[in-house]
Write a protein that binds this ligand. Structure first.
Ligand SMILES: NC(=O)c1ccc[n+]([C@@H]2O[C@H](COP(=O)([O-])OP(=O)(O)OC[C@H]3O[C@@H](n4cnc5c(N)ncnc54)[C@H](OP(=O)(O)O)[C@@H]3O)[C@@H](O)[C@H]2O)c1
Length: 235
């Protein structure tokens, strides 16, 4: 039973790894292997260098991880918030956000679904959307648009995997206090990476989960706000 963490220096991914690691083999994939957190309770820990924008490496990495044992949990937790302000005039940065937060996610999720489907063990893939993708805001619409696309991709993939041995859990967290949001004032209903990790691993079947759960209500209200008002919403 192998737990695969793609983006192993992620705050949320690190917390999920801590919860899932006892007695299991864990494969930690990161672009900064030196910064990977220790997992003393894991049976074994293996490290694979991982640069998400290198799409051709995705299948090789998943195949390499599967050699340590069937992948029962795959956590796709890499991502960047990027700078919306910079993306207004720096198209390379806008494209970088789109590549890491959409294209690379689509590529990795496609590989995982394909490889895990061929295993005889049941498995779960964890992917991360965001409230930011629910309705794009002026303040972070590049990032938000990638999450909207990823969310739609995952809804379709979930249906595609229905009836197979592979489950897909799609998390829609709100503001998570951690590295990605460092220096920002926590938004209402903020949560910690630990809270997100506990919520996703608790989910036993394919499904979409808001974190915290009451964010779902706020999300529906968000859709009703008239655009002239919405335009002025802060991040
Ligand atoms: N934090 C939030 O408020 C929030 C809210 C909703 C959804 N989410 C989503 O939840 C997921 C996890 O977020 P988090 O809070 O755990 O973020 P995080 O702590 O900032 O971690 C992001 C991870 O992505 C890795 N990464 C970034 N670019 C990469 C690249 N080109 N190649 C390989 N790895 C790369 C980072 O590596 P380095 O350590 O090397 O930078 C880091 O491991 C993301 O998809 C995020 O969009 C987060």
């Amino acid at each position: 039973m192998t737990v695969l963490i793609l983006g192993a220096t992620s705050d949320i991914g690190g917390e999920i790894a801590k919860i899932l690691c006892p007695g299991r083999t864990v494969v930690m994939c990161a672009r900064r292997p030196d910064a990977i957190p220790a997992l003393p309770e894991a049976k074994e820990v293996h490290v694979i260098p991982f640069e998400a924008s290198d799409l051709t490496s995705h299948r090789l990495i998943v195949n390499e991880a599967a050699q340590f044992g069937p992948i029962t949990h795959a956590v796709v937790c890499f991502g960047i918030l990027g700078s919306q302000e910079r993306a207004l005039s720096d198209e390379a940065h806008a494209a970088e956000i789109a590549t890491i937060d959409y294209t690379a996610q689509v590529s990795m999720l496609t590989v995982l679904a394909d490889v895990l489907r061929q295993q005889s063990e049941s498995s779960t893939i964890y992917a991360f959307s965001s409230i930011a993708g629910w309705r794009a805001r002026k303040a972070n619409y590049v990032y938000g648009s990638t999450k909207a696309g990823l969310d739609a991709f995952c809804q379709g993939l979930m249906d595609e995997l229905h009836g197979s041995r592979v489950s897909l859990v799609l998390a829609r967290p709100g503001f998570v206090i951690g590295s990605m949001t460092e220096g920002m004032k926590p938004a209402p209903m903020s949560v910690t990476p630990r809270v997100v990790a506990e919520a996703v691993v608790k989910q036993q079947r394919s499904g979409t989960i808001w974190i915290p759960g009451r964010l779902r209500l706020l999300a529906w209200v968000m859709k009703l706000v008239p655009r002239p008002v919405w335009r002025h919403m802060p991040r």
